[in-house]
Design a protein around this ligand. Structure first.
Ligand code: AMP
Ligand code: MG
Length: 408
């Protein structure tokens, strides 16, 4: 069989998630340009072959000097030094700074030999008179040895691991990879998620409105959630409620890393996903679709648009994370004060669509987005959080605390 667990089985969300996740594992690594790896997980340690910065360099625009030369300098009695050269970032000064001399230098340029400190422009007569071509500078304030010098290797030491295996690549990590000169990176591959909508009532966007039909929204909301979680959606389209139609479409998804179907898993007379999966698939503990041509873990989402999204949130997203190598990743949660009553009608855990705001004291408050029917997709579109009513609570009353899963 291939059906994922539904709440009707009345096991906990956590147990269902654990069972489903047991069918997924981290995917193999791929090598790609660093910018393409954003959001993916490093498959190996990254070391630097050199120090960063590579040489001692100046943190300020100013003059490279020998600090001892500036002893006693003040505005009343400036120290005059001969300007022996001018150095921009990216160049090496060929000469040596000797006592009584200075080299004009720009931020990032390597400290010339002989110099041990930088006097910023602000502490010279250049600040008073503006840039000069003159050969002499007046230092208005003494500097200490090492002043305004960034030491070689202060960021990264040669040979050091700058990013360990399993690090997630965000913007700073991508920048760090570039700073150690890596054009490519090895990361765990993104999963391809095949998405199939089922139901005779479904039209695809672009088709004309027809009496009795509705547009397939699940394929679009779920494929967007796949992208958000870091996967690559493969939309298989719509299958009619016949065994043949469904079989053909399901087989197109066998190359994927995960198969997600929506609808047809409840008890409707024409819901055939279960039947086909039972016939086509070899029985597995749960959620795997397997034929002689291939094997792909399967999650069967409910048809109702809100249920479909919430179910994917609870089970599909963690499966994608696991394949990406982000084991244990979860959406952040906060505890909020309920602004209105949130009911639990049937003893199952409720994920109510909520708008989370902060009151004047900085505390989170949760209100509902309106009617909570599982077919009311606008309730989801307005929400920035899901407010969780536990299985054993009949309701959360106004003023009581409620745990919320942040959607943004
Ligand atoms: P089912 O699981 O087939 O009983 O469907 C439950 C409800 O969800 C029915 O009202 C269906 O019309 C609706 N539904 C099923 N699939 C989709 C879909 N892809 N997009 C929007 N609504 C759907
Ligand atoms: Mg149906």
């Amino acid at each position: 069989m291939g059906r994922a667990i539904t709440v009707r089985d009345m096991i906990s969300v956590e147990e269902a998630r654990e069972r489903i996740l047991s069918h997924f594992s981290r995917l193999e690594p791929e090598t790609k340009p660093i910018t393409d790896g954003l959001g993916q997980v490093l498959a190996q340690d990254v070391r630097s072959d050199f120090d960063i910065p590579p040489l001692d360099n100046t943190a300020m625009d100013g003059y490279a000097v020998i600090a001892a030369d500036t002893d006693g300098a003040s505005e009343a009695s400036p120290v005059r030094l001969r300007v022996a050269g001018d150095l921009a970032a990216g160049y090496i000064y060929e000469g040596t700074v000797t006592p009584g001399t200075a080299v004009r230098i720009m931020t990032g340029a390597s400290i010339p030999g002989g110099a041990d400190s930088i006097v910023p422009f602000e502490e010279t007569d250049e600040a008073l008179d503006g840039p000069k071509l003159e050969t002499e500078v007046a230092v208005l304030k003494a500097v200490q040895p090492g002043a305004n010098v960034r030491k070689a290797g202060e960021d990264v030491r040669k040979g050091e691991t700058v990013l360990p295996k399993d690090a997630v690549l965000h913007a700073a990590q991508i920048g760090l990879l570039a700073s150690v000169g890596k054009a490519e990176v090895s990361v765990y591959r993104r999963p391809v998620v095949a998405i199939l909508s089922t139901g005779d009532e479904l039209l695809d966007v672009g088709e004309p409105v027809m009496p009795g039909k509705i547009y397939d929204s699940n394929a679009y909301s779920v494929s967007s959630m796949v992208v958000e979680a870091g996967g690559i959606p493969q939309r298989l389209g719509i299958a009619a409620d016949t065994v043949d139609a469904l079989t053909v479409k399901l087989r197109e998804g066998l190359e994927a890393d995960m198969l997600v179907t929506s609808a047809g898993v409840s008890r409707g007379d024409f819901d055939v996903v279960k039947d086909v999966l039972a016939k086509e698939g070899k029985p597995l503990a749960c959620g795997a679709f397997s034929t002689e041509n291939g094997h792909v873990p399967h999650i069967g989402l409910p048809g109702n648009p809100v249920s479909s999204m919430v179910t994917f949130e609870l089970f599909g997203r963690p499966a994608i994370y696991k394949m990406l190598g982000k084991a244990g990743w979860q959406r952040p949660r906060v505890t909020a004060v309920a602004k209105e009553r949130i009911v639990n009608e049937d003893g199952r855990r409720v994920y109510a669509r909520a708008i989370l705001t902060r009151n004047g004291d900085g505390d989170h408050e949760a209100s509902l987005t309106g009617p909570q029917g599982s077919g009311i997709l606008t309730s989801m579109a307005l929400a920035n959080a899901l407010a969780i009513v536990p299985e054993d609570a009949l309701a959360i009353e106004p003023g009581q605390q409620v745990e919320c899963l942040l959607l943004e």
